[in-house]
Design a protein around this ligand. Structure first.
Ligand SMILES: [Zn+2]
Length: 228
């Protein structure tokens, strides 16, 4: 079965031309089970999709914010038409400094708010926005339109490298362990977090304490010692 992704949405084309769309949201886990008879269903298993070879894809979602739906409105590239609303996906479309400047360089909002707005750029959540800003030495509450060309270049490079590294380490599993990969294993990128969820710890780069700051109703982790 072919699988695709844009931003935080998965797209699985079905034989009849429709596309199954899945979003894990807060606590959703997709688990592939090769031998369903030998693996008990976890509590909160809400969807089970069986394949011709007897294997299963199970969807476990304790908080039930996850989404599964099928659509027949499909673009020529096989993805749902509604994906048009998303900004570029850094790992699929690339995110150059020029593109970043076009997408958010004029905005008056904080850089973290813009980075996590799926219409601006698709696929970045709170953890990775904080890590990107730290890597790029930019405060997450900096107004986008105050960023210099050099800072936009740093943010675009950090976006690509942080997301690539996080995918290579199969994502970030936090203390609640709600995120698991397709095989049910915990991700490992949480061990590489430099600022996220580390308030009070020393910054690896400059030694200043990591802080948790407010950006409107949201929060961000950053180092005020080396992020300007
Ligand atoms: Zn620092």
């Amino acid at each position: 079965m072919r699988t695709d992704r844009r931003g935080k949405y998965l797209a699985l084309p079905l034989d009849d031309g429709q596309v199954l769309v899945i979003h894990l949201r807060m606590s959703g886990q997709l688990l592939f089970v090769a031998e369903p008879k030998s693996v008990r269903k976890a509590p909160h298993t809400h969807v089970v999709m069986g394949f011709d070879d007897g294997s299963e894809l199970r969807f476990v979602d304790p908080r039930t914010f996850g989404e599964w739906y099928v659509t027949e409105d499909v673009r020529p590239d096989g993805l749902p038409v509604e994906f048009d609303r998303f900004g570029p996906d850094p790992l699929v479309d690339g995110i150059s400094a020029k593109l970043l400047a076009e997408r958010l360089g004029h905005k008056k909002t904080a850089i973290k708010v813009a980075l996590t707005d799926q219409r601006v750029i698709a696929g970045i959540g709170s953890i990775y926005a904080d890590e990107i800003c730290h890597r790029a030495r930019v405060r997450p509450d900096r107004r986008c339109d105050s960023l210099t060309e050099a800072e936009l270049r740093a943010v675009s490079r950090a976006t690509t490298s942080i997301l690539r590294a996080a995918v290579a380490r199969r994502g970030s599993s936090l203390k609640d362990a709600s995120y698991r990969d397709l095989m049910g294993e915990l991700g490992e990128y949480q061990h590489d977090h430099r600022v996220y969820n580390r308030a009070g710890e020393a910054c690896d780069r400059c030694g200043a304490p990591i802080e948790r700051i407010a950006i409107g109703a949201r929060t961000a982790y950053c180092c005020l010692g080396c992020q300007a």
